[in-house]
Design a protein around this ligand. Sequence first.
Ligand code: 6GU
Length: 231
Amino acid sequence: MRFDIITIFPEQVEDHLKYGVSRIAESKGLVSYFVHDLRKWTRDVHKSVDDRPYGGGAGMVMRIEPIYEALRELKREESKVVLTTPRGKRLDQSLMRKLTTSDDHYIILCGHYEGFDERVHKHLVDIEVSIGDYILSGGELAALVLVDGMTRLVPGVLGNEQSSIEESFEMGALEYPHYTRPEEFNGWKVPGVLLSGNHARITAWRKAQSEKTTRSNRIDIITETKHAKKS
Ligand code: 6GU
């Protein structure tokens, strides 16, 4: 898997990729990351990536030319171009998995300012992704969320494949609580059932706990999964 990330804050993105799952994936030779400064593809002395909107109004608009030039250099036949923008398709674990399995080269454009010249959306981008219903000041964090979530799904990246398969969202329920030593800390005890050695009881307890948390925090994923299974 290869990611090319185009941004006006290359240091921020590069720095993040030095830690955790991306560092491991890269050191195993399973994923490579290339971070590019969008200003590299500007031609004016000010290296401007944005301009005032036609028709007037507040804010600035990302210009198409530097993006076009960047893609002309980076894009190959098989590349998919992703734009991070609050108006994109909302990212969830199933989209994360679908993207990871369907292609091997992603070019990610990090959104900024008021948005992009509409011709970027229309002619240069394959997929628009939002990471949730709120507004961030820039697309870098969103791009990093996407890259992190996809990287950990690349086969061989995680030590324990099961840990990603069994996880929350795709199962239609949130995780059950975990405990480790000591058995008692500060008067706070580990639930007795987990020390019982009775695996049937432990499994039943975990399922009940998982349902309780999901009902109280995320009733929407219970209903969504039911509907998905029917269709
Ligand atoms: Cl992808 N970009 C920005 N700027 N804000 C967001 C987002 C993306 N997803 C949710 N909020």
